[in-house]
Write a protein that binds this ligand. Structure first.
Ligand code: UD1
Length: 423
């Protein structure tokens, strides 16, 4: 199994170009199943999860072509098998996003239950509640879920989500675009990836209003047509490089950023003493003022526009290095502190109590052998390794490669001592 070796690197500096967002492109690719005509998606990041989604689309009947670097053409003239097989679906939780489009286009879908990061139980009850509200019969077995639309197709309805789940909002939107009548999703997720999906679907001929608010309204249409779309920049990758500048007391210009999408991260970094400001070419993050004190700040993760759960672990690595103690409260996933044990191996001395973590701060971390327990935890450990004394050896890095494009290359260009070791 490959590993990353990370050594203390000094302040990172230079420029980094942010890739298209993993969490936006996966639902966009799934949504392309809704049209009988080809769709083009640009700024598609070269990631393991994107490869898995390509294979899933091909397995249901799509032709997926790479026109150019990061430019995909997906043509699904016919769905030949409305089924997500276990081997593919088990590699990635977001595979379940094909259910909405399969159900809308063919009247049925069968998807084996998803894998992905092991952060909490990650149920799909809200997705299924939405499909049922649209009239589908849901057969929920241990290993798979099958949904069958009523005779005449899905019918629009009002759906209230108990929690603004990103995946459930996306799956219900893609199921409802071809339903007859109007669907309202109340307490919908407001993430930028939802807006990107709605924009793509509207280009395909859907009638969706209110994406980006907690009430999304969808007027069903009969057909969707071909569309071209460019994926939004990855706000979590952006946040990771913002924290790379902060933790190494560096100075990085981050290009291809939507500043509003990273507003909570910028706000918390500023509170702790880091300069975050816009320049003509992008967003600059500076923590290289030698006279500046970087201080503790508390974080509470929330659905968008609150502080993103995906940046909780990278931010925690940074908080180990600032003056004073900080508290981090995780409210989105129930098991998202697996990185704490790994950071503690490096001397962070973090204590947890349920969904709260107390980070004493002011630590000089020590390199250690650690495990990337999930995608963002892996990024957090790389950040910690950049400032730790000695060498940090990170295993199970396939998690990191699922979600970050050219990870090592981008970090090395900024001056990071990070190497991939194939075993
Ligand atoms: C997406 C992102 C992930 C991010 C998360 C929250 C993708 C591919 N992944 O994941 O990176 O961390 O949003 O911003 O876009 N829940 C239920 N029932 C459901 C669905 C979800 O109880 O049917 C719960 C989950 O267990 C979790 C919370 O809702 O505690 C949030 O999950 P959700 O917003 O659905 O996250 P994902 O779409 O899986």
């Amino acid at each position: 199994m490959a590993k990353f070796l990370v050594q203390k690197s000094g302040p990172l500096s230079g420029e980094v170009q942010i890739s298209g967002a993993k969490n936006a492109v996966l639902p966009l690719m799934a949504a392309s199943l809704l049209a009988e005509e080809p769709c083009e998606i640009k700024d598609v990041p070269d990631l393991r999860d994107v490869k898995v989604m390509k294979e899933i689309l091909e397995s249901v009947g799509s032709e997926v072509k790479d026109i150019d670097d990061g430019h995909l053409n997906i043509y699904t003239k016919e769905i030949t098998k409305a089924e997500g097989c276990f081997e593919l679906v088990n590699k990635m939780r977001a595979s379940f996003l094909i259910m909405g489009p399969l159900l809308a286009r063919t009247g049925r879908g069968k998807v084996y239950l998803p894998g992905g990061c092991t952060i909490g139980a990650r149920p799909i009850d809200l997705h299924l509640k939405g499909f049922e509200a649209l009239g589908a019969k849901v057969i929920n077995e241990d290993s798979y879920v099958e949904c069958i639309a009523p005779e005449g197709g899905l019918v629009g309805n009002s759906i209230y989500l108990d929690f603004p789940s990103v995946g459930a909002t996306e799956n219900i939107m893609t199921a409802a675009v071809l339903a007859s009548g109007t669907t309202s999703i109340f307490n919908a997720a407001e993430e930028p990836e939802i807006v990107d999906l709605a924009n793509f679907l509207n280009k395909m001929g859907a009638r969706i209003k209110g994406a980006g608010t907690d009430h999304i309204k969808i007027e069903g249409v009969e057909h969707l047509k071909s569309a071209r779309h460019t994926v939004i920049p990855d706000r979590i990758e952006t946040g990771t490089f913002m924290l790379a500048a902060a933790i190494t007391r560096g100075n990085i210009l981050i290009k291809n950023v939507v500043p509003d999408h990273v507003m909570p991260i910028a706000a918390k970094l500023r509170e702790s003493g880091v300069d975050v400001f816009l320049e003509e070419e992008g967003m600059r993050v500076r923590a290289d003022d030698k006279n500046r004190k970087f201080v503790a700040t508390d974080i509470k993760t929330l659905p968008y526009p609150g502080f993103p759960t995906d940046i909780q672990s990278p931010f925690m690595s940074y908080l180990t290095t600032v003056d004073g103690g900080s508290t981090v409260i995780e409210t989105v996933f129930e098991n998202r502190f697996m990185h704490v044990a790994e950071l503690n191996r490096m001397g962070a001395n973090i204590k947890t109590d349920g969904n709260r973590a107390f980070i004493p701060g002011s630590k000089v971390l020590e390199g250690a052998q650690v495990i990337a327990t999930d995608l963002r935890a892996g990024a957090a450990l790389v950040l910690a390794g950049l400032v730790a004394e000695g060498t940090t050896e990170i295993s199970e890095i396939y998690h990191i490669e699922r979600g970050y494009e050219k990870f090592v290359e981008k970090f090395r260009r900024l001056g990071a001592n990070i190497f991939k070791m194939e075993e």
